[in-house]
Design a protein. Structure first.
Length: 543
């Protein structure tokens, strides 16, 4: 991009903007940047090789045993791993881009590209202005780029957002005309650069889509070979039915399938993983292009309303809160909710991550069971009262997954790493609430805990599952690998010390061991210091 400002960071670390600077400065060195002597993992599963990497004009210009000419900046990577920047296939990191475009927690993990628009929900500018679908997705992408993100951003089109706009919030089938309008909106978004379509079938109104409707909505993906990414209808007792439905949608539409954050939730469902793998593998043998992703934690984050049955949330927040108070249905809601709490192992496994009402701030960061006990309240009654005070807007983390299954999901040849996390900083407006630590720790945690400590997978496999594999899912042709001519998104990390530090109790901590991160050839992080460059771009799939 010619409108991007170019920077040089001198060896002393001071920042020198080259826009308008004398031309001789640009000619001083043969390369913008040379990363010397690192063990290069190129994004495939090939063993590491010691190489120098030269970067100029945002691209990788040489990968050689010894790059002779000097770079304007040099990074000594001896003893370090040099790999492609991480591609986060399932991210909510665009959510507070305007509040804080530095995207600190992403850059500091080594993430250089995020894929937003997940769980059925994508942003759309000009939503109200125009009933005409064409142009809305492009306007959203343009607004995203002009916000100056620190990492590259792609987006899927959210099928829940599309349904919300065309059908509304209610639980009813789409009419034939509405279906046509939704398909047109999806076609337009794909033409404008969407890199897949996502569903969130545990959320309203996405949950109101039938399997047949999902097949119709996903057909436009087939010709482009872009994925249907699904937060499935259920991830616990009806996990296997949900896997079958996901396969049926992708097969019916003829498109690739990406199962988002695959998990076997609730101890009584942990034994189902073998069957999940068997069904996925058999669909693959029958020709389906299928894969899945997972974050490296045994707890999930969602809204506290998700403990309540989908039917009780039909029609939005007001309708939901009215039903909680309606004697005709409140007992049934309570019994179904208590069954769900039981499934995840009781109230002590429900961690309150964020509230809005000041009178409930004391609950933040606590387990609902202990908190209720501490104020002598019944946990269910307390939950209902808090939902009323917070207008339904309470974040929760549920501890209900198996670590052994997590090892196996990450190690499976069709498994890859994705954070499902947001973007945060340890200071500033995004230090707020008690978020899931995955937004600050996912990629270093896989490298530290699951590669180095648990040995669930090799380092080269892990890097592959963080770079080339996710890049290929969304047809990102010029990233995800280290090769001459490709975009210079690169991370340098210490395989001995790389680790996450964010926890559920203290989430606002950056990881350790990530030494340097380059986004589009510009140093975004070096030895703990950020450049203040916002060199991310909006990317589109190569179709
Ligand atoms: Zn999800």
């Amino acid at each position: 991009m010619t409108d991007r400002r170019e920077f040089v960071i001198t060896s002393a670390g001071s920042l020198l903007a080259l826009t308008g600077a004398p031309a001789f400065l640009k000619r001083q060195s043969a390369h913008d940047l040379v990363i010397r002597g690192g063990q290069v993992l190129d994004g495939t599963v090939a063993a590491s090789v010691e190489r120098d990497i030269a970067i100029s004009g945002g691209k990788i210009t040489a990968i050689e045993a010894r790059v002779g000419a000097r770079g304007t900046e040099e990074i000594d990577a001896r003893g370090m791993i040099v790999s492609p920047g991480f591609v986060d296939l399932h991210s909510h990191g665009d959510g507070n881009l305007r509040e804080d475009p530095r995207m600190e927690s992403l850059v500091r993990q080594g993430i250089t590209t995020i894929v937003a628009g997940q769980d059925g929900s994508s942003r759309s500018e000009a939503r109200a202005q125009s009933p005409e679908p064409a142009g809305a997705f492009a306007a959203m992408l343009a607004a995203t780029e002009s916000a100056g993100p620190a990492v590259n951003i792609m987006s899927m089109i959210g099928l829940g957002s599309v349904r919300s706009r065309v059908v509304g919030a209610n639980d009813r089938p789409a009419t034939p005309d509405e279906l046509k309008a939704m398909v047109a909106m999806i076609e337009a978004a794909l033409a404008e650069g969407a890199c897949g379509a996502s569903s969130g079938l545990e959320y309203t109104p996405g949950a109101f889509a039938s399997t047949d409707e999902l097949i119709a909505l996903c057909r436009p993906l087939a010709a482009r070979r872009l994925p249907y990414a699904t937060h499935m209808r259920n991830e616990d007792d009806r996990l296997l039915d949900s896997v079958d439905e996901s396969i049926a949608v992708a097969r019916g539409a003829g498109c690739p399938l990406q199962i988002s954050h695959l998990k076997t939730q609730g101890p009584r469902n942990w034994s189902k993983l073998d069957t999940v793998f068997a069904r996925v593998d058999s669909a693959a043998r029958a020709g389906l292009d299928v894969a899945f992703d997972r974050y490296p934690y045994i707890a999930y984050a969602t809204g506290l309303t998700n403990l309540f049955p989908v039917w009780s949330r039909d029609g939005g927040t007001d309708a939901f809160l009215a039903r909680l108070a309606d004697p005709a249905v409140s007992a049934r809601i309570k019994s179904e909710t208590l069954a769900k709490v039981d499934l995840i192992g009781g109230w002590e496994n429900v961690h309150i991550s964020s509230v809005r009402a000041p009178e409930d701030k004391a609950a933040e960061g606590k387990r609902l069971g202990s908190y209720a006990k501490s104020i002598s309240a019944d946990p269910y009654d307390l939950t209902v009262a808090m939902l009323n005070r917070n207008r339904g807007s309470i974040g929760m983390v549920g501890f209900a997954m198996s670590e052994e299954n997590l090892d196996r999901i990450l190690a499976h040849p069709r498994g890859m790493v994705a954070s499902d996390g947001g973007s945060f900083a340890i200071e500033g407006p995004t230090r707020s609430g008690s978020p899931h630590p995955r937004g600050l720790g996912t990629f270093p945690r896989v490298l530290g805990r699951y590669v180095r400590e648990r040995k669930a997978l090799t380092l080269a496999q892990a890097v592959n599952k963080m770079s080339a594999l996710p890049a290929s899912r969304i047809r990102l042709a010029d990233r995800g690998r280290l090769a001459v001519g490709l975009a210079a998104d690169v991370v340098v990390f210490d395989p001995v010390t790389v680790a996450d530090r964010a926890t559920f109790e203290e989430p606002f901590q950056y990881p350790s061991g990530i030494k340097a991160v380059m986004v589009n050839g510009v140093v975004a992080l070096r030895d703990g210091r950020r450049g203040n460059q916002m060199t991310g771009k909006v990317l589109r799939p190569a179709v």
